[in-house]
Design a protein around this ligand. Sequence first.
Ligand SMILES: Nc1ncnc2c1ncn2[C@@H]1O[C@H](COP(=O)(O)OP(=O)(O)OP(=O)(O)O)[C@@H](O)[C@H]1O
Ligand SMILES: [Mg+2]
Length: 356
Amino acid sequence: MIEIQNLTKTFGTGAEAFTALSEVSVTIRQNEFFTLLGPSGCGKTTLLRTIAGFVDPTSGTMTLDGADVLASPPYVRPVNTVFQNYALFPHMTVAENIGFGLEMQDRPKAEIKQTVGEMLELVQMTPLANRATSEISGGQQQRVALARALAPRPKVLLLDEPLSALDFKLRKEMQIELKRLQSETGITFVFVTHDQEEALTMSDRIAVMNEGQILQIGGPKEIYDHPAERFVADFIGETNFLEAELVSVDGEVAETRLPSGKTISTRAASGRAGAGKVTVAVRPEHALLEPPGALIDGKLENIVYFGTDTHYHVMLDGGARFVVRRQNQPDAVEAYTIGDAVGVSFNPGVGQVLRD
Ligand SMILES: Nc1ncnc2c1ncn2[C@@H]1O[C@H](COP(=O)(O)OP(=O)(O)OP(=O)(O)O)[C@@H](O)[C@H]1O
Ligand SMILES: [Mg+2]
């Protein structure tokens, strides 16, 4: 549905020049829920606005539904956008805002009425249908902006942090509703968020961005379990980093030697080759706390109880810190005490050798 190759956007010139997007390439499939995830300022909005036609790229190519659209103005592209600063038409009511796109398309009055009714239900705004949008709250405005963009059923919907103004409970509800709507309507969603949990729960695939570049594209599980780079591993969830020695690589399987001298089989980021020092990433919940004599030994420094689970902070022999997370069971007796000599282990294939 969207094919982007080597897209670069530089704002300004000379000493003022700033490259917001650098050689971005990505293919987004039809009916896909595709998420751009990254920290503030990494270029998410710039990429979205380029797809919509509000930003002219400096170089690169893009096709939308098979057609080269870079020369086309926004209004002819088969795309609707929910902007980060969801500007509504203040002189119109909630219902009129939602029906606006359909009016522009000259759809029959009865159809407009029905679609607006459905959209009002979806975003839970039916009771405020006839209120002016200047007289509703920020979260309500955001929901109206969402409904307005969805109503004409565009081929592609671009959503720039569309749930950021909503409270936790409504946000969770809207996440599920949006995901359902997306798979039911067949609309391709390009969704921007800096919330990793939102990205993991909603997306078919995620592109993790940093400093104008896409670092990794993959399904939620792929991105979480097999981050290719330190930034990705660090940005999504919590991770332990272990310095290790690469013994051998065979495709995606790497044999690594830990500072304890023991070797373990791990996954290698694609393209990782050669020997020498590497970093192995291990998720806290994928590691086990054991008596000494495990893969790596150390001393238990802290036990932090979180209700759902407990975090064990271990100072490994050699000086690195490592966190093991264990799900709590009712009435379980804590087997360890701060200061204990302990061991940390993880199963073959669990650790991930990073690319950098
Ligand atoms: N018109 C512009 N002129 C100059 N620099 C710009 C312009 N628009 C954006 N930038 C810069 O480009 C970078 C990327 O901006 P962008 O809005 O795409 O970030 P973002 O990932 O959407 O961040 P956020 O999560 O804060 O919304 C930022 O450093 C920003 O300051
Ligand atoms: Mg933004």
